[in-house]
Every structure is written in C-alpha cells, then in structure tokens.
Design a protein around this ligand. Structure first.
Ligand code: NAP
Length: 299
C-alpha cells in the first residue's frame, strides 16, 4: 500500500516562505503576524495549534494565541474578532474549530475582515472561491480558501493523483472541508459526489468511486468492505482512538491489503494544512498596505 505522506510537501511549502517573510519585514518593518483563536484546549485542532505556533516561531512569523472561555458568551467573542480585525498588528486571523454551540454563524465568519481571513470562511472569500472556474484562479487569486481543502488538492497533486475525469467521493459536507474541497475538485474536472450522514447506501457510492476522501471526524469508521479493491483514500479526519492515540477516519490497519494508496494520520493532510496556513498568513502580510488600514475589498 502506497503511503500518501504529507511531510515532504509541507517542508517544501515552508521552505518557500523565508524569502517572502524577509520581503514583508523589509516593507512593513515588522514580521508577518497571525492571531489564533482557539476555544477548546482538548480538541483535535488544539494539537495542531501548538504545531502551528512552533512552526511560525521557527520561520519568524509572529503569533498570538487567544483562548476565550465559552461562558464569556457570543458578544465577547464578536468583540474579540472585531478587535483583532481592526488591529493593524495582525495580518492574519485563524479561527480554530470547534467553536462553542451557536457560535458558527454567518455573522461570525463575516466578522473576519476578508483580507485577514486566512482560512477563507468569510462571504467574500467563499464567494470568490465558488465563482472560480479554474483551480489556478483559486491557487493564485488574491483571496483565501479553506486551508484543509487546499491541502488535500495539493497533496493529491504532489503524489501524482490527477482528478481530471475521475469519480471522487468526498465524505463530509462542512463549509470548512467537504464543500470547498468538492468545488476545488470540480474545477480540476473531477466528478464529485458529496456524501454525508443522510447519504443512502454510502458503501455503494464509495465502491463506485476512483478516490475516496473522508472528512467525517469519526475514528476508523472507513473499513475495507466499504471500498473497491485497489482504492485510493485521502484521510482528513483527526480523531483520537480508545487509547488516546491520534487516528484518522480510515481504519489504516484494516485497509492494508485492499487499498492501493492511503494518506496516514498523523503525517498526511495535517502537515500540509499547517503549511498552507503559514503560507496564507505570509500572503495576508504581503497584502497588508504599509501604514494603512486594510479595507474589506482586496485584490
Ligand atoms: P464537521 O463539521 O463535524 O462535519 C463532518 C461531516 O461529516 C458532516 O457533513 C457529517 O454529515 C459527515 N459525517 C459524519 N459522520 C458521517 C458518517 N458516518 N457517514 C457519512 N458522513 C458523515 O467536521 P469538519 O470540521 O469538516 O472536520 C472533519 C474532520 O476533519 C474532523 O476529524 C476534523 O478534526 C478534521 N480536520 C482535519 C484537518 C487537518 O488539517 N487534517 C483540518 C480540519 C478538520 P452531516 O452534515 O449529515 O452531519
């Protein structure tokens, strides 16, 4: 079984950043800066928050972690976002999920100035993503796309998996992963079936697919009997098993002998997502006008 690892690609993306960071420092007179808002210290994303901060520090991107408490309420959350949005000390804002119940609203995403919204969740960024017809417009456009979805496509390209003309099942329809990913893959000429908990006969859909991408967030739910022989699986899931060990949505051991290629967890999509976030943070700093407030519309 081929392992679709993400560490090499992650290192390549990160290696492209120091020259860009130096150019930002020369222009703005300070390092690029990223504000991270994380509510739950015990969530899967918290593992990556620590890695993001360490990777930023290593490269010279300034980070600050904000860890509000759910009981402080939604108004305090919005006030925090407004403050970070207006503060010229931050080029980029990353809002980690999960958020407390009721906090994931359109109003929340649009509290993020589009020019700082490095995970591409605000209406302007989402709108630009979904209007794009070609993947090059998404990669090179002056807007931000959800880092995880972008990371999956980049990981596929890195391993020579060409979506054109293939049938791809994406399991999970969240605004952060499944839906933007399905769109990105269609811009690359794949035919995508977007699956969820109400999909009828999910194994039949998976068996009819050339590639399965799972972003369900259910530890080891994907077993070999649900897949066609020789399947390729990209695993976005970040879960913890009964022993507290990080694992994906795919039952990696079970797939051995059936699947032809699988991305591991950890070490697959995760490191690439991290690199995409750092790259987006540098891009946000590059878009920051010197001594000027960022407007909502940017190029
Ligand atoms: P989410 O918002 O909870 O969405 C999960 C989606 O999966 C939903 O659409 C849900 O369907 C669907 N689903 C859940 N169980 C299913 C099942 N048994 N069969 C079919 N569909 C099922 O999660 P998310 O934020 O998209 O994240 C998904 C996973 O990716 C999580 O494990 C998360 O930690 C991980 N993640 C990893 C990275 C990374 O860098 N590797 C980054 C972000 C997220 P319904 O809509 O019908 O409920």
């Amino acid at each position: 079984m081929r392992i679709l690892e993400g560490k090499t690609l992650s290192a390549e993306i990160l290696a492209s950043l120091p020259a860009r960071i130096d150019a930002v420092k020369a222009r703005l007179g300070r390092a690029p800066s990223l504000a991270i808002v994380n509510y739950f210290a015990d969530s899967p994303s918290a593992v990556y928050v620590k890695r993001k901060i360490a990777a930023c520090e290593k490269l010279g991107i300034k980070t600050e972690l904000f860890a509000p408490k759910p009981e402080e309420g939604y108004e305090a959350f919005k006030t925090l976002l407004a403050r970070l949005g207006a503060d010229q000390a931050y080029d980029a804002i990353m809002l980690e999920r999960p958020l407390p119940d009721g906090f994931e609203t359109m109003e929340t995403w649009d509290s993020l100035p589009a020019a700082k919204d490095v995970d591409g969740l605000s209406s302007l960024n989402m709108g630009r993503l979904f209007i794009a017809k070609k993947f090059t417009e998404i990669e090179n456009g002056g807007f931000f796309s959800p880092c995880t979805a972008l990371a999956v496509v980049r990981l596929m390209k890195f391993h020579g998996l060409n979506p054109a003309g293939t049938n791809i099942a994406v399991v999970g329809r969240s605004a952060v992963v499944g839906r933007p990913l399905a769109h990105m893959l269609t811009t690359l000429d794949a035919t995508v079936t977007l699956c969820h908990t109400r999909t009828r006969d999910l194994p039949a859909v998976l068996k009819a697919s050339d590639l399965v991408i799972t972003a369900a967030g259910k530890a080891k739910w994907l077993k070999k009997e649900m897949l066609p022989a020789g399947a390729t699986v990209i695993d976005v899931g970040t879960n913890f098993d009964e022993n507290g060990k990080m694992c994906g949505d795919a039952d990696f051991e079970d797939l051995k002998g059936t699947a032809s290629a699988v991305s591991p967890v950890p070490g697959g999509v995760g490191p690439v997502t991290l690199a995409c976030l750092l790259e987006a943070s540098v891009k946000a700093a590059e878009l920051t006008p010197k001594n000027e407030k960022k407007g909502i519309i940017f190029t």
